[in-house]
Design a protein around this ligand. Structure first.
Ligand SMILES: Nc1nc2c(c(=O)[nH]1)N[C@H]1C(S)=C(S)[C@@H](COP(=O)(O)O)O[C@H]1N2
Ligand SMILES: [Mo]
Length: 316
């Protein structure tokens, strides 16, 4: 089947990125041909377009980057389904342009931005971050974006703003996993929401992300705009964001609502606090077989001060 991409590529014959991208372009073309006349104009820019950014070496790590092919075919994005290859094989229904991001709540200057205006707010940086999934695997990804603090300062949070809530788009016509009854996994409420304390959101590591591997963000990785918070388990890094809301109270999060005893608000990577159903002491880097020790804060010690005085077993 033409559209089912993830499965056949995982076979391993196609390892060259250029070949992979050509194939994607071919398939995007084939999909456009299938549209009714007139609809093609509304088609989003093809994923895989180059996106220029300056490498910020201050965040370089000794770890080798995960293969692009792995980072784009082994994904968690429940809006597309529960399987790791659902986001890459079904991701074509998401239309990442035009796209608006509403930024509101406890701010002096609430605004709704076009995503292309957000992208122009600050110079784009490339930062290589580790991403540790709560499931026990990890990747190393060269993201493209700029600190979320740039956007938050633009809307000027009021003195009572203490938290930031992120919400993903709700549209079952673009996200098959949001269609009722299609998947047996009924645990998550849409929209997918996540949250940070304001000081976490303003931390220079917190990246508003629009690309990866020198390209526009692929749909399966959260196009057109997501956050990446590298010292927290991957699920905190919400994808395909349409709303950022500043609040006084700790926002509810999708995973916390689904399983409060398993997924707390903080969800800092911590090898000493096990998930109730498995250890978090080690992880498998995608593309490797051995297990590595998981590092406190995923290796980002510079955030330790944010949690001084907190009991990290209770506030997991
Ligand atoms: N909207 C939304 N964002 C999401 C998810 C999701 O299911 N929906 N999954 C999270 C999880 S569990 C992980 S590990 C990361 C994976 O990001 P990646 O696929 O770009 O590596 O996205 C996070 N963001
Ligand atoms: Mo995850």
């Amino acid at each position: 089947m033409l559209i089912k991409r993830g499965g056949d590529i995982k076979g391993g014959e196609i390892t060259d990125q250029a070949l992979y991208l050509n194939r994607r372009a071919f398939m995007a073309g084939a999909a456009a041909l299938a549209l009714a006349p007139g609809m093609a104009a509304a088609a989003p820019p093809a994923a895989g377009q180059p996106l220029a950014a300056t490498r910020n070496k201050a965040f370089d790590i000794p770890d080798a980057a995960t293969k692009f092919q792995d980072a784009t075919t082994y994904n968690n994005f429940y809006e597309f389904g529960v399987n790791k290859d659902d986001p890459s094989s079904l991701g074509g229904t998401l239309k990442p342009r035009p796209w608006k991001v509403q930024v509101d709540g406890l701010v002096h200057k609430p605004a709704t931005f076009d995503v292309d205006d957000v992208i122009r707010m600050a110079p784009l940086e490339e930062r290589v971050y580790r991403l540790r999934c709560v499931e026990g695997w990890s990747m190393v990804i060269p993201w493209i974006g700029f600190p979320l603090s740039v956007l938050l300062k633009r809307v000027d949070p009021t003195g009572s703003a203490k938290y930031v809530e992120f919400s993903t788009l709700v549209d079952p016509s673009q996200f098959p996993g949001q269609k009722k009854g299609l998947f047996s996994f009924g645990g998550l409420d849409w929209p997918y929401t996540e949250g940070l304390r304001l000081d976490e959101a303003l931390h220079p590591l917190t990246l508003l992300t629009v690309g990866m591997y020198g390209q526009v963000l692929p749909n399966q990785n959260g196009a057109p705009i997501r956050v990446v918070i590298p010292w927290k388990y991957g699920f905190k890094s919400a994808k395909s964001i349409v709303r950022i809301r500043l609040t006084a109270e700790e926002p509810k999060t999708a995973w916390n609502k689904a399983a409060p005893q398993e997924y707390g608000f903080y969800s800092n990577v911590n090898p000493k606090v096990d998930h109730p159903r498995w250890s978090q002491a080690t992880e498998r880097r995608i593309g490797e077989f051995r297990r590595r020790e998981t590092l406190m804060w995923n290796g980002y010690d510079q955030v330790a001060g944010l949690y001084a005085g907190m009991d990290l077993k209770k506030q997991y």
